[in-house]
Design a protein around this ligand. Structure first.
Ligand code: ITT
Length: 199
């Protein structure tokens, strides 16, 4: 039975979310800091699947402990999925408040505001020769105006993403609520099912 995995990410928010989810099945999530490794992957893939696979395999080459990595992003229908896998690099060097405001500017006067988050999680277990990727989405809409009150919850673009299922933005949702419907929550749920069937 796998009881610990390394999460190959530089994003501590992702670690926090996934750690909570995997605690429920007694799998300990180690950050790169915990194991003294660094990630400097070039995200050269075109898809979320390719990029999560690049990150997981880069770290997996350096350790025998099972590894997961996540590539995720916000996809806006009107912009044909942009920023998508460029979500982190969009307006590089600027704060997420600036990034949120820029998305709201770009969508000014546009009525169709449908969007989704996508997340691919790659799991590599060298000892057992397993290399699997799980992908999931969550549907929503981009809100119309900057929401100061939503800035305290979640991370990244959460404050401008209105979840159709929660009927509130991810910024205003509790972590538990977000995880119950989110792209990452759903991709991790598929991974958990795989572990349960194969452990
Ligand atoms: P690693 O590559 O090291 O994992 P990263 O933050 O650069 O960290 P990505 O390349 O996968 O990760 O980019 C994901 C970006 O998409 C993230 O920085 C946010 O801007 C956005 N994003 C992904 N999931 C999100 C979520 O749950 N809530 C809000 N924004 C999210």
């Amino acid at each position: 039975m796998v009881d610990k995995i390394i999460f190959a990410t530089s994003n501590e928010h992702k670690v926090q979310e996934v750690r909570k989810m995997l605690k429920k099945i007694n799998v300990k999530v180690l950050s790169l800091n915990d194991v003294g490794l660094k990630i400097d992957s070039k995200e050269t893939g075109v898809t979320f699947e390719e990029n999560s696979h690049i990150k997981a395999s880069d770290i997996s080459r350096k350790t025998d402990i099972p590894v997961i990595a996540d590539d995720s992003g916000l996809c806006i229908d009107t912009f044909h999925g942009f920023p998508g896998s460029f979500s982190a690099r969009f307006l590089d060097g600027h704060s997420y408040i600036d990034k949120q405001k820029e998305i709201l500017n770009m969508l000014e006067d546009i009525e169709i505001r449908d969007a989704h988050f996508t997340c691919s999680v790659t799991y590599i277990n060298k000892k057992e020769n397993i290399d699997k990727t799980f992908t999931a989405e969550v549907p929503g809409k981009i809100i119309k105006e900057f929401d100061e009150a939503g800035q305290n919850g979640g991370f990244g673009y959460d404050p401008i993403f209105y979840s159709l299922e929660l009927k509130k933005t991810f910024g205003r949702a509790t972590e538990e609520e977000k995880n119950s419907v989110s792209h990452r929550g759903r991709a991790i749920a598929k991974f958990v099912q795989f572990l349960e069937e194969n452990n």
